[in-house]
Design a protein around this ligand. Sequence first.
Ligand SMILES: [Zn+2]
Ligand SMILES: [Zn+2]
Length: 254
Amino acid sequence: MVYTQIILSQNIGKFKTNLHELLHFGFGRGGGEAGRDMKQIFDTHAHYDNRAFREDRHALLEQLPERGVGLVLCPGCDVKSSQESVKLADRYDYIYAAVGIHPHDAAGVPSGYLAALEALTFHPKVRALGEMGLDYHYDHSPRDVQRRVFREQMRLAEKLHMPVIVHDREAHADCLEIVKEFSAVKGVYHCYSGSAEEAKVLVKLGYHLSFTGAVTFKNARRALEAIAVVPMERLMIETDAPLHGAGATSGQAL
Ligand SMILES: [Zn+2]
Ligand SMILES: [Zn+2]
């Protein structure tokens, strides 16, 4: 229990550095946020466009700063949700957006999606492309289509010099192979579920690794082993809302 608390508090502590780093050197295209309160948490991955929030979305979002969340990055899952993320970023100064196609949605992607995503990146609060990647757990899209759409978005990131948010579920080898093809592209593996060995490889490639509240669950040993090999300046935290709770609130804490 103590170990988990230390990991989490270190994680959150380091996160303040990442907030600065990402906004100015990674997710940033000009900065200007240096005066923000660094004591607050930057939730680097939360889907506040999701329909799960349809009842209370704006009531909830308005409360975030007073509840200690100073910044949020809201990634897109398809063209429509990317547009919705940008709208939220437009409305709230503490929300930033990423635009991309989730592997679940790769099969249904419209033919002009890359141009649509690129157009959205001209909005000043779009700071990354994503989420994108491979999900062989659910296989909602055929795997060859997932790989094609992932590669196409990586190529766009290379062209636009933008960081990426990678979703990798039970597809570690293929995901790594594609990431290695685009050595100029950097970003974050969100909700990291790979091994400590792969974490070391990703760090060498220049990636950040992000962890959810799932690190507080009883069976989180693998995640803690991965966290232990990642330099603090490469660790990030996220809620992946509405998907993940923390052990402390779900009753599953160590
Ligand atoms: Zn994801
Ligand atoms: Zn997500």
